[in-house]
Design a protein around this ligand. Structure first.
Ligand code: MF3
Ligand code: CO
Length: 255
């Protein structure tokens, strides 16, 4: 069932979102060659504890960590690990914060040291694609308008949109209907209503879009080994347009 959130629920999710956004800004300063994603995961756990919040991903369908840390050709659901990040890697850190029962979900791709021009271009396109999608998240539009905006921004530049993972409704649990595809046709799909809270989280590849699952049963990576990036926000559909709950302070530049 698609739930519409009250103003109070929206405010509580916004508090969770602000905490998660602040955590991402701290992560961005720590990510450099030699750091491990296990260390970053511990930092996030610690940060949650200090702020009276909990890691919603931990224990979710048996997932063991506070974060997903997906490196280079990993699309999503990478496990934090104890091998050091290398100069030129890109790493997506994804986490879901629970603050007083309210959830927020945000993923961000970071460059480790100096990225290649190809990796930087992929990150730029993926980041802009997120905001192209968010601009369509308004009352009266349909879900297909979001996916279409992302797909039609990304594909002419030669990149591909991952099909196997989608955005989603969020609250009271992590994955709620509706599914938010990052590709699609304008004017198609469910109509967006005031009070819906959703994630938009395009995963964009340099190569082809098919993914395969690692033997750990979780981690998805590109079949062709090409790089994949992802940016994700949680947002509310309001009468005044989308309100980004996990904004790091940059959204106004693109909205
Ligand atoms: N943020 C991820 C998502 O968008 C969360 C995955 S949770 C996991 O859905 F536990 F499944 F990893
Ligand atoms: Co999500």
């Amino acid at each position: 069932m698609i739930t519409l959130k009250s103003k109070r629920e929206q405010r509580m999710m916004h508090e969770a979102g602000k905490l998660l956004a602040a955590c991402h800004k701290q992560l961005s300063k720590q990510i450099k060659p030699g750091v491990t994603t296990a260390e970053l995961d511990h930092f996030v756990e610690d940060y949650l504890k200090k702020n009276g919040a909990t890691p919603e991903q931990k224990g979710y369908n048996g997932y063991k960590y506070a974060t997903c840390a997906s490196i280079n050709d990993e699309i999503c659901h990478g496990f934090p690990r104890s091998s050091p990040l290398q100069d030129g890697d890109i790493v997506t850190i994804d986490s879901v914060f629970n603050l007083n029962g309210a959830l927020a979900d945000s993923a961000w791709t970071y460059a480790v040291g100096t990225p290649s021009p190809e990796a930087q271009a992929l990150m730029d396109v993926t980041y802009r694609a997120l905001y192209e999608g968010i601009k369509q998240a308004k009352v009266g539009n349909r879900i297909g308008d979001i996916g279409h905006a992302i797909q039609s921004y990304v594909e002419p530049k030669g990149y591909t949109v991952v099909r196997d993972f989608t955005g989603h409704g969020i609250g009271p649990t992590l994955h709620e209907p509706p599914q938010i595809l990052h590709y699609g046709s304008p004017g198609k799909g469910l109509r967006l209503k005031e009070g819906m809270v959703i994630t938009i989280e395009p995963m964009i590849n340099i190569g082809e879009y098919p993914s395969k699952l690692d033997s750990n049963g979780w981690t998805a990576r590109t079949v062709d080994g090409s790089l994949s990036a992802q940016y994700e926000h949680t947002l509310v559909i309001t009468a005044d347009g989308p309100l980004i709950l996990t904004d790091q302070g940059d959204a106004h530049l693109y909205m």
